[in-house]
Design a protein around this ligand. Structure first.
Ligand SMILES: Cc1cc2nc3c(=O)[nH]c(=O)nc-3n(C[C@H](O)[C@H](O)[C@H](O)COP(=O)(O)O)c2cc1C
Length: 378
């Protein structure tokens, strides 16, 4: 049995293999509501054999959306369309997860293909998409040309922590089985964690323990609203790749603090904090963030997920086998091939006669294979 296709358990949830669909924003929601696009987008990965299927970054408050097209769970009325999706994922044998998010100073942004720059009057005129004010731990703009966010008051901080808890409760009602907090890529929780964006002098800023306080309080509030038997994950940027930014060693300390607040898995990404200088010291290669997952797993003693530029089935099997990570997450590779898990299983000798496929496809593929070999065509 290849390690990539062995089962994995977290709390009361069993994943049939180690492949997760990394959260992928579609920017197709209307006022935060999910629709058929999201069902089909996520459904194709369920049919492709992924064990854990994450719905994209989902805002816990209206103002916490990154773009006007983000999903949201700030209101009970947003539960029903997500419940339909979670139900489909569960019925077809995968585990539905959802990523909860607040954009902080990256709120009120254009979609990637509209420029990934702040919304302005042009968006209001062309698409009726109006800019809204953003807030952050410190009043520092994301990059040149971005508005300066309001520095969050204690009341703002408490309100966002409560909003994460309320959204977790709604995620449970919708039928999701895993929550991941988006604490990476320069969004609000990461803005608190990183010394580059958090220059507060109060209990929410300063040393690593203080900067991690917001993340820890978010985790505790979710745990108060999320069943004991369901896993809670955090996606962290394990390195800011910048001088004076977060390092993998800080991330180990943060992971230890999160673990004691009830977090079960760290999804190890990196980068995205923004700012003026943005030195990109990253060397991008296959699995370039895997060492972060390995370090956090061994030094914080917590399960991890590896993500980023991963596509090779044998390499994935090896990294799970070696204990670098407990799961892997794929994004763009799955856009290219939603059936990647099934193809990877075949490549690793775990899918003879297409038995892992949904029978509606697998039966026909098996018949075709037999015919092709009988005719000597394959
Ligand atoms: C279309 C798209 C949307 C994304 N949206 C999110 C998101 O909502 N939340 C998140 O944590 N990462 C998001 N990401 C980043 C991916 O989850 C992933 O970490 C990144 O693409 C690296 O993995 P890959 O090399 O397999 O694509 C997105 C990536 C893509 C391609």
């Amino acid at each position: 049995m290849p390690s990539l296709f062995s089962a994995f358990e977290l709390r009361g949830v069993t994943f049939k293999n180690r492949v997760s669909v990394s959260p992928m924003s579609q920017y197709r929601a209307q006022d935060g509501f999910a629709n058929d696009w999201h069902l089909v987008h996520l459904g194709r990965f369920v049919m492709g054999g992924a064990a854990l299927v994450y719905a994209e970054a989902t805002a816990v408050t209206r103002d916490g959306r990154r773009t006007p097209g983000d999903l949201g769970l700030w209101d009970d009325s947003q539960i029903a369309p997500l419940a339909r999706i979670a139900d489909f994922i569960t019925r077809e044998g995968s585990v539905p997860g959802i990523q909860l998010s607040h954009a902080g100073r990256k709120a009120s942004e254009r979609r990637p293909w509209h420029g990934e720059t702040p919304l302005d009057d042009e968006d209001a005129a062309v698409r009726s998409e109006h800019a809204w004010p953003a807030m952050a731990p410190s009043a520092l703009p994301y990059a040149e040309g971005w508005p300066t966010p309001r520095e969050m008051s204690d009341d703002d901080i408490q309100a966002v922590i409560s909003a994460f808890g309320a959204a977790a409760k709604r995620a449970k009602t919708a039928g999701f089985k895993v929550i991941e907090v988006y604490a990476a890529h320069g969004f609000l929780v990461h803005q608190f964690l990183s010394p580059i964006t958090n220059q507060r002098q109060d209990k929410w800023g300063g040393n690593t323990e203080n900067r991690a306080r917001f993340a820890v309080e978010v985790a505790r509030e979710i745990r108060r609203n999320w069943p004991e038997d369901l896993p809670l994950a955090f996606r962290l940027s394990a390195s800011d790749w910048m001088d004076n930014g977060l390092t993998p060693e800080d991330t180990v300390d943060i992971a230890i603090a999160l673990k004691s607040a009830g977090v079960d898995l760290i999804d190890c990404s990196s980068g995205g904090i923004g700012g003026k200088d943005r030195p990109q010291r990253m060397t991008i290669e296959h699995g370039f963030q895997v060492p972060f997952a390995a370090q956090v797993r061994s030094e914080a003693n917590i399960p991890t997920m590896a993500v980023g530029f991963i596509w090779d089935a044998a390499a994935c099997d090896t990294l799970i086998d070696r204990g670098d990570a407990d799961m892997i997450a794929l994004a763009r590779e799955l856009l290219d091939d939603p059936n990647w898990p099934l193809h990877a299983a075949s490549q690793l000798g775990r899918n003879a006669d297409h038995t892992l496929w949904p029978v509606e496809s697998g039966w026909w593929l098996m018949k075709r294979d037999r015919l092709l070999s009988k005719l000597g065509l394959r």
